[in-house]
Design a protein around this ligand. Sequence first.
Ligand SMILES: Cc1ncc(COP(=O)(O)O)c(C=O)c1O
Length: 422
Amino acid sequence: MNLKYTYQLREPVQALLQEASRINSYKPQKYWYPLSMATYDIEEILAAVDSLCSFRTTMWEKTDEFERQFGAFAGSPEAIMVNSGSSADLLIAFALINPQTKFLNQGDEILVPSVTWPTQLWSPMMAGLKVRFVDTDPNTLNMDLDDLEAKIGPKTRAVSLVHLMGNPCDMDRVINICQKHNLILIEDCCEALGAKFKGKAVGTFGLTGSFSFFFSHHITTMEGGMIICQDQPLSDLFRLLRAHGWARNAKYAKPESVEGLDPRYMFLNWGFNVRPTELQAGFGLEQLRRLPAFNAQRLQNAVYFQKYLNRYSNIMRLMEVLPDAECSWFALPIMLSPECPFKKEDFLAYLEEQGVETRPIVAGNLARQPVCRLYPELQEGDLPGADAIHERGFYLGLHPFEAKKNLDRLAEVFEKFIGKTL
Ligand SMILES: Cc1ncc(COP(=O)(O)O)c(C=O)c1O
């Protein structure tokens, strides 16, 4: 049996994989340079097994502890774990229009990025807000802040920002714009765990921050996500929205007793059920310990590959990071220049054939997705920056393991193609 891992998993995990492959006839991976690699080891597996063996699988102490430690890492007093980054975005949107907060009314306009993961848009739409696309800067891959200012109209009440690919936005300017126009700011940090602007963690500039722990992200809990906020009553609203609106989930609110009502089944608000399991939280606790080393290694690998790409800066380059920003590199996003002598499609087909997995930069220009035909508010006019990313951008994986050998091999693969076309 042939397991192809560049990162050497520890022996107990190897043994488990061997056993699993015996049962499941494990197939070796198609790519030697995949989009993402397993970042968990025996400790995460044991943490999950511990929850199973103690029959405490639903949200419990490990979730509390993971939330506490995550909040400390992310610079936030309140952290609420959910079952995905999309669920974090969903609860944030529903908190904005909740009668308890009245931050926004249904029908209010919220400005959203044109290049991001689409659930960042679906969430406010599902909550009855009107989204409007803002163009994207093809250099930083973040919101074009000139276009953001230009799009602010009489109905605009909020901005939903994303720090794409771990690259922090210019938060001085964003805050300035939001203050000037009295706009609520929410930050999607699902690709940016550990990123900072002028030393301040992303997700702590706005009212809320959302994070994702999907398999390929900075840390994984298999599936999972987190909301951070500064405010106790708001954090309690998230706890209610996370689990049925159920009073027992509030941490700070002490509901008055209601005559004739059993307090064990008391509901203070409406809500979903997007709770995480203890298995996910146990994973998260172990992953959080590894995170500083992971992020340092990702940065080192990105810088290493950047040095190689610099020699071709007239035809392709990585995204631009602002001088005040500490990027928490999520992947290797590459933009071909308009002068590039070859077609993106040809290059990607070649990379795939060579065993290098590729993807578009998130979903490209979202306004070009078929879903937009269903919703008139998603039919936006010109988005030239997002179009440039759609047409000339793609990304490769970036792994949190020592990878010089792999990056040299990747450079050789690039070299072969580029050498032929120049
Ligand atoms: C920017 C952004 N927002 C939201 C999400 C949704 O997170 P999840 O996949 O955990 O639902 C992702 C996922 O990749 C993302 O990249």
